[in-house]
Design a protein around this ligand. Structure first.
Ligand code: HPA
Length: 266
């Protein structure tokens, strides 16, 4: 089996060849519902299907695009935007889930913005359509992208510096602890009650492994959840993926403006 770090180096080389650029400043991963917001971040320079690059798994869920777009932002930064991500629940390994992050790191980015859709667990994180800054996470996927004796410090996974920058742009944003389950089922109401007791503020099925891999690579991490629903059992309605995507479409303009401002300040 190919070493995942070497595979990421190969993918970074292929990305440079395919885009004609040889340095990138920041990477963004657009989660469920966030893809429409990508258009506001800058001028598209190139777009490459991920399956053209070594090591990327094809996407399994509608609304998860499977492309990487390179954009030039207003202030001239080169941003790599992953339109869609790979999830554990697709039957993929932790190495496959974080391959985009490792590729971006090998391509030279210094920071990553990880976005996702999440269920809200508390009154402050239950306003559907609101972005919430991730202050920390609880990894309940049972998986980890690192194997071996790399005892990586996770005291500050989500950069305080970057969170402060975002709050200068929008002081109204709440912060919260993101809990990740493997999925693909949504949670039971009993699990949601448990997660609230454990200190969780948002629940989702992604992000945490990518954040760990980014920290391993020495990148600064910013995480933003778009609240698409109250956690299961907190409102009187069943959950569905279409509703998640719909909240994304309805809030795309606001999220796009926020991300464009953030990326220019990083
Ligand atoms: N649970 C898990 N993942 C999610 C949710 C949720 O309630 N909403 C959006 N993604």
């Amino acid at each position: 089996m190919t070493n995942p770090y070497t595979l990421a180096e190969d993918a970074a080389a292929a990305l440079k060849a395919a885009t004609g650029l040889d340095s990138f400043d920041v990477a963004l991963v657009m989660g469920s519902g966030w893809v429409p917001a990508a258009d506001a971040i800058g001028e598209t320079v190139a777009e490459v299907p991920l399956t053209d690059l070594p090591g990327f798994a094809p996407p399994a869920v509608a609304g998860h695009g499977g492309k990487v777009r390179v954009v030039r932002t207003g202030s001239g930064r080169a941003a790599l935007i992953f339109l869609g991500r790979t999830h554990l629940y697709e039957g993929r390994s932790p190495d496959e889930v974080v391959h985009g992050i490792r590729t971006a790191a090998k391509a030279g980015v210094r920071s990553v913005v990880l976005t996702n859709a999440a269920g809200g667990l508390r009154p402050e994180t239950q306003n559907v359509g609101d972005p919430v800054l991730i202050s920390d996470h609880i990894n309940k996927t049972g998986a980890n992208p690192i194997t071996g004796t790399t005892f990586l410090d996770l005291t500050e996974v989500y950069s305080k510096r970057l969170r402060a920058l975002v709050k200068e742009i929008d002081p109204s944003l709440a912060e919260g602890v993101y809990v990740a389950f493997r999925g693909p089922t949504y949670e039971t109401p009993a699990e949601i009650r448990m997660l609230r007791t454990l200190g969780g503020d948002m629940i989702g099925m992604s992000t945490v492994l990518e954040a760990i891999a980014a920290r391993e690579a020495g990148l600064e991490v910013l995480g933003i959840s778009l609240v698409t629903n109250p956690g299961a059992g907190l409102a009187d309605e069943p959950l569905n993926h279409e509703e998640v995507l719909e909240v994304g479409r309805a809030t795309a303009a606001r999220m796009g403006v926020l991300l464009a401002q953030v990326v220019d300040k990083l």
